[in-house]
Design a binder for this molecule. Sequence first.
Ligand SMILES: [Zn+2]
Length: 552
Amino acid sequence: MTNGTSRREFLGTLAAFSLFPLEQEKPELILYNGNILTVSDKEPRAQAVAISRDRFLAVGIDSDVLNLASASVRKVDLGGKTVTPGFIDAHSHPAEAGLMHLRMVDCDLRSISAIQAALRERASKTPAGEWILGFKYDDTKTEEGRPLTVADLDAAVPDHPVHIQHRGGHTTYSNSLAFRKAGIDEKTLDPPGGKIDRDPATGKPSGRVAESANALFEKAIPQNFTRDDHREGVKLISKMMARTGITSATEAQGSPTDLRAYQDARDSGDLLHRAYCFINFHYLDAMIAAGNRTGLGDDWVRVGAVKLVCDGSISERTARLSTPYEGRPNDFGILVMTEEELYMHGRKAHLAGWQIGTHANGDVGIDTTLRVYERLQKESPRRDPRFRLEHCTLINDGLIARMKALGAIPTPFSTYVYYHGEKMRYYGVDRLNHMFALRSFLDAGIRATQASDYPPGEFIPMMALQSEVTRTDTKGNVWGPAQRITVEEAIRVGTINGAYASYEENLKGSIEVGKLADLVVLGRDPLKENPSTLVNIPVERTMAGGRWTYES
Ligand SMILES: [Zn+2]
């Protein structure tokens, strides 16, 4: 025990509230008259906090905290509003999403005609011949009940090449000019691991291409993002996240360019959330050679885990399962890397002191990944490696026991049940009781996190709460009720557990003296809210490091 800790505890007992052990330190800001859910076991509730620079200096009842006020302190009356720690999105793709929002048409719309109108509008402001790019299109969410066709896109925009990414990220939809520019016609063969959908009568591309066939477009579309564009992208997404109550997010598939973009945004004052930047394994050698490893950085931008990928996706039904998908008796999904490849990359990272985060959705993907982690830890034991299973969607009792033994951290999709309910039927009622398995994780003492995977999933923390607590989609269908958790548990999952997943549980994730002043002021108390309206709770203000990053 350090001196600081003992003094803090002594003061805490004496004054029935906590005070940071720096006597000279005076608060600059006091928030009082609040209903503060601290997520601290020592003091679960408080009324007021005092903040000095970027940290909580005191947390307690109004009279004690207000007592610290000097003449110059700013005082904010919270009017009884509920405050939680800032939310931590433990797996998303903000830097990439920011660039998309900067350049592309957001196709998260509910009809093909609305998508056509949005594309037409963008085309009217774009010189003819230049690419019109779209993203977040979801064929299961448009009222026509059929996917976009080349004819739909030609009708909307004939004179610009149009290329739209599906929300899941593995399929795209294009118009005739885009196919011409990509050099694809009726004579083009499907590339290995890819598919070009065709009109059965003419053999011409019908609009949709899947997986590796997308590379033909990637070659044709100019990649002309400047360093400033990358910074602007981070600025944009950071603003979007802050207004929902997010104060930290993991960049789950980052690169050195993303790392630079975060630093540039921080330097220009535009970074409103803290970034834990995973590094794609392609860059691992270069990062190790430069002397970098997990944890390097500061409270705003930090090098995260190395990212590996084991199997496919949930939303596009390619996760590797031990039993086939509903209605598709021969389809078990896919493995992206072999176990030996995972081991080779993992070993290099493990020996160099890196945390490892492996994308593993299906039970077979999780089993394979755990076997690699178990082998690494057996051959070269490391204290506290905090192996991560990104998504970790479909589990069973055996997998849970092995995760617990290893101390592994799952980052299950938090908003899928609510937002992507229409895709849940492919997994079946029984399987859903073992998917996004927060009840099983928490009961086993496994520290699962909140994670959006944005763009594929929504990142709104209040939506995550509703999804996790009700296991109900927007149409009222219930998926996997056995995995419901309480609102209080969901808040912990979205805060302190996220901090633990990046080795920062002593720095953030709860409202405690000495921690970073990251918090959210909510319009209503989630503990008193009807669970089916949690998503409607307004975020009034968000604070990161003692600074308001969003005010309604
Ligand atoms: Zn992801």
